[in-house]
Design a protein around this ligand. Structure first.
Ligand code: SF4
Length: 978
């Protein structure tokens, strides 16, 4: 720890620190241009030169390590003179008419230094750089370049390569013509740019700039306003972002600095940085709506509208009809990549044309209502149905996009107000099989570790059924950085994803054969004696059952079942077991199967048999989908547990919650409730349904069957931002608030509770969700006196043992990873170091056997359809398809098909195809891609006009009631362009 003196003050810094790092740690500002935190040091701009006593030469602070006793002057006259010369030279290639606040781009570090050091431009020296001047690629929707402002610091090139590990930027040409280009020819699409915006973040001059603030909001230059710290509303990585607002509109997202502790180190993906403008989209609900036909007579609401199928009908078509029968006179659909070939103007026109079937006429069956009317009607009908048909006749779908506080309030209302546990949310459709399998083996429902340990400490990373670089891109970039660092990467996935392309071993199995693969790997590990015998003996039960269960899975048999070569299975098994620290990650590719519970169980057997859990670097991580799916589960938005996973079946829990909620213990049900997929069924007892921020009409399997069920119920209230496909069926629509319009907390995939601040007010008369729920609870007779999200969190911390030490005051910065058992506890970065949360502290092996998926291809339906996410969209598209930049990049539904299959079917890129399963058909655009194997197709589930879930099967996994969304047998037919 060298002791040095900087500008006359003693400074102590860590071994190996540079002068710059030591100065920054002492809050001494040394100007930098080419240097940037976390980027490799190139030391080429020379603006950080400082004087060091005893040296004749100035030294580059960014590249000079400290030595004991060093005496540094950062603003010596020599250093300042050199700095001015550097700035003066750089100014020669900078357009002087942009100086002194004339630039219309974002913050500009370079100009700040020019002003700080009083450097004046010398117009006579300004070089003619016409070759670099002007905006390039005017049509690009989110990021553009103006190379006339570039000072060639190359921060953008290194950020693209070293932070995002995408590497599409480079310096082209030489001398004065040198400039930054994207890919070989400047085309971001061809170069596989992911539009993450890291280059915009690090550019010190605005030469790489974002388009949306200027083009959509007319905002040209950003002043130093104070942004609100928020949490990205998309995936479970939980990236922290800063929201900038003007006139009550979010106009820009920026990153927290590298110095702050955030799960994302300030990076974002394209959705986090550019997918914010849905908050001000014209489709936002600004008042509550009531379906026409509800009238108030003698102080009571009565239905006087149509009955039968027309009761919930409208001038709009059902999703089923939209998918396969374009409206007469509807303009032709734009096709696949061809749309991106159109000029931006033509493209917008085509998009607008495609939207001819969307939302305006959806409003026709509704009238605007006051909050008093909407909440009165909702309370009346929920209570009427409850009194008439009992607690089982009501259900609530909560929201993995809403805050913990919103979710806590809503389950409290239905449990304490109506005595039902028919409470669930979209975890049913993503990680419910993980929760059931982890519950059986370890009695836990969350990841054991942290993303940071996977990046920095794992020796081996095993990714099963997770397309992380598209579904959780910032974590995906961390995995790529870990691989670059030297960690071994094994990927088990039927698709040749980006991670699979980089992997040391890609296990490209036949879809649905994961149990066979993991059993085969474990059998090989036993055969080689690579299991962790001490861990097995001291920390587990049931190893013999598993030994027997996996014994039949020889390499030969496993290869036959999975289609993977024997040597790859054995290699993967040996790497996995040898670690020394192996982290295991999985996502929906594993869970959304008829055998999802068994697939996760067999993966957990692999983890336990090799002892790859309970230490830093050996993380068990189900990668959570939505931004708050973990938190919604933690808050009890599942049918069998109160908040913090306290079973509803135990009387002690019932008494505890009844006491806190101020109701009789007997009014809380001891019976586990129905799950989402059990509610939406012909035999469901549910007559009244409340939905907050979910869109089951698009996300449920076999949509036509879901649409039919929604026609039959007595009352539906939907609380959302937009008149979603599901809200079209509602009796009452309550206008809620987006993530930017309310304060609250979210839990990311590593159990990190983070605070998100309100940046703007909800539009019109829309209200924060917690406020709506407080009023509804009181109207339903449940006394509810919270006056802020913070007061709700105070109650959560009293009832949830893992959250006892949580308070808003402790959540600023990086938040807290639960368990946080008391107010002094720093949070828990990894779990199970000593024991598991079971009765005897041991985990138990859960043997599993392979069996075929429910649907296999045959002569009539010869392809397997896999569904999932794309980088540019999110789930049912409610937000991303209303975000200008995201929608411009990926405007229409496309099906990925292998080139050989496309040739055999006579399909070209951009053609239309009809995809038919045993349930339904959709028409979709063709994207030829070797990411899918032969006889398989991939269909994204974001597009209602080609809704993937029209085709999926309603068959349910027996433990968690998860549908088999990953495997449907389909046939493909070409659709003539006419
Ligand atoms: Fe948002 Fe996830 Fe992207 Fe982070 S990685 S910016 S949380 S979508």
């Amino acid at each position: 720890m060298p002791n040095v003196t900087i500008n006359g003050s003693p400074v102590t810094a860590g071994d190996g620190c540079t002068i710059l790092e030591a100065a920054r740690s002492a809050h001494i500002d040394i100007p930098t241009l080419c240097w940037y935190p976390k980027l490799p040091i190139v030391g080429n701009c020379r603006i950080c030169l400082v004087s060091v006593a005893g040296n004749d030469q100035l030294m580059a602070a960014c590249a000079t390590p400290l030595s004991e006793g060093m005496v540094v002057e950062t603003e010596s006259s020599d250093a300042v003179k050199a700095r001015r010369e550097v700035l003066s030279l750089l100014l020669e290639r900078y357009p002087t008419d942009r100086l002194a606040g004339n630039s219309d781009r974002s913050e500009n570090e370079f100009e700040e230094y020019v002003a700080r050091y009083g450097v004046r431009p010398r117009p006579e020296k300004e070089r003619d750089l016409k070759l670099r001047a002007g905006d390039e690629r005017d049509g690009d929707p989110m990021i553009r370049h103006d190379m006339s402002l570039c000072i060639l610091c190359t921060r953008c090139v290194r950020a693209c390569e070293d932070i995002q590990v995408v590497g599409v930027l480079d310096v082209a040409y030489r001398g004065e013509r040198a400039q930054i280009i994207v890919g070989n020819d400047g085309d971001p699409d061809k170069a596989a740019c992911t539009w993450c915006g890291e280059c915009v973040r690090v550019c010190p001059t605005g030469a790489i700039f974002e388009v949306l603030p200027r083009e959509r909001f007319g905002e040209h230059r950003f002043t130093a306003e104070s942004p609100a710290r928020s949490v990205c509303p998309y995936c479970g990585v939980g990236c922290q972002i800063d929201l900038h607002a003007k006139n009550n509109t979010i106009i820009r997202v920026t990153s927290p600095s590298f110095d702050e502790v955030t799960p994302n180190d300030g990076s974002t993906c394209v959705k986090g940085r550019f997918g914010y403008d849905f908050t001000s989209h014209e489709d936002r609900l600004t008042t509550p709506l009531i379906r026409k036909g509800w009238e108030k007579r003698s102080g009571k609401w009565v239905w006087e509208g149509k009955s039968g199928l027309e009761r919930r009908g409208g001038p709009w078509q059902s999703i089923e009809a939209e998918a396969i029968q374009p409206k007469p006179k509807a303009p032709p659909r734009a096709q696949g990549k061809r749309l991106r070939d159109l000029s931006i103007l033509e493209r917008s026109a085509a998009q607008i044309a495609n939207r001819a079937t969307t939302p305006k006429d959806w409003y026709e069956p509704f009238r605007e209502a006051t909050w008093d009317e909407a909440l009165e009607l909702t309370a009346q009908e929920l209570q009427r149905i409850w009194k008439k048909s009992g607690p089982d006749s009501l259900a609530v779908f909560q929201s993995a996009k809403c805050t913990n506080e919103d979710n806590y309030l809503l389950q409290r209302l239905f449990r304490a107000g109506f005595g039902t546990n028919n409470i669930d949310h979209c975890t049913r459709l993503c990680h419910s099989t993980s929760v059931s399998a982890m519950g059986a083996a370890l009695n836990t429902a969350a990841a054991s570790g942290s993303m940071r340990e996977v990046e920095h400490a794992a020796d081996v990373i095993f990714v099963a059924g997770a397309n992380t670089t598209e579904s959780h891109p910032v974590f995906g970039a961390a995995l790529k950085r870990a691989h670059v660092r030297g960690a071994k990467l094994i990927v088990a996935d039927p698709r040749w994803t980006e991670l699979a392309k980089r992997a040391d071993v890609h296990l490209q199995m036949q879809p649905g054969t994961d149990v066979a693969l993991f059993n085969g790997m474990l059998n090989h590990i036993f055969a080689r004696g690579l299991e962790d015998r001490d861990f097995i003996e001291q920390r587990t039960h049931g190893i013999e059952k598993v030994r027997q269960a996996v014994a039949p899975y020889t390499l030969e048999k496993t290869a036959t079942l999975t289609g993977i070569a024997e040597h790859l299975i054995s290699e993967a098994a040996e790497i996995y077991a040898s670690g020394p620290n192996t982290s295991t990650l999985w996502a929906m590719g594993l869970t959304q199967h008829l055998k999802g519970h068994d697939m996760v169980s067999s993966l957990l057997n692999l983890i336990l048999a090799t002892g790859m859990i309970g230490r830093w670097g050996a993380a068990m991580m189900p990668i959570r989908g939505q931004n708050n799916v973990q938190g919604a589960s933690d808050m009890g938005a599942i049918p069998f547990v109160y908040p913090d996973y306290q079973p509803v079946t135990e009387t002690a829990n019932r008494e505890k919650f009844a006491r806190v909620w101020g109701v009789e213990a007997e009014s809380l049900s001891l019976k586990p409730g129905l799950k989402v997929t059990e509610v939406v069924r012909e035999d469901s007892p549910v007559r009244g349904l409340f939905i907050m921020g979910e869109n089951p009409i698009i996300s449920d399997p076999d949509i036509a069957h879901a649409e039919a069920w929604f026609h039959t119920i007595d009352f539906l209230a939907v609380q959302d931002l937009f008149l979603t496909e599901t809200a079209r069926y509602a009796d009452v629509v309550l206008a809620g608030a987006s993530f930017a319009e309310k304060t609250g907390t979210y839990v990311n995939t590593e159990r990190r509770i983070q605070l998100s601040e309100q940046a703007v007010d909800p539009p019109g008369e829309a209200r924060a969700d917690w406020e709506i729920l407080v009023e509804l609870s009181n109207r339903c007779g449940l006394k509810t006196e919270f006056d802020s999200p913070e007061s709700i969190m105070d109650e959560v911390s009293r009832v949830a043992p893992s959250w006892t030490g949580v308070s808003y005051g402790r959540l600023s910065g990086g938040g807290l990873q639960y368990p946080v058992p008391n107010r002094d506890h720093p949070g828990t970065s990894y779990l199970f170091a000593e024991s598991f949360p079971t009765k005897d502290g041991r985990a138990s092996f859960q043997p599993a056997q392979y069996s075929d998926p429910d649907e296999l291809p045959d002569d009539e339906f010869p392809f397997i359809m896999n569904t999932g996410r794309q980088l540019y969209h999110w789930h049912t598209g409610t937000m991303t398809r209303r975000s200008q930049g995201l929608d411009a990049i990926e405007p229409i539904a496309t099906m990925e098909i292998h080139p050989d299959d496309a040739v055999a079917l006579g399909l070209a890129d951009g053609d239309l195809a009809k995809l038919t399963s045993r349930r339904n058909s959709i028409i979709i655009s063709v994207r030829i891609s070797d990411r899918v194997a032969r006889k398989q197709v991939f269909v994204p589930f974001h597009y209602r006009e080609a809704a993937a879930n029209l085709l999926t099967s309603p068959v349910l996994e027996p433990h968690a009631k998860m549908p088999e969304l990953k495997i449907s047998a389909v046939k493909i037919e070409s659709v003539p362009a006419s």
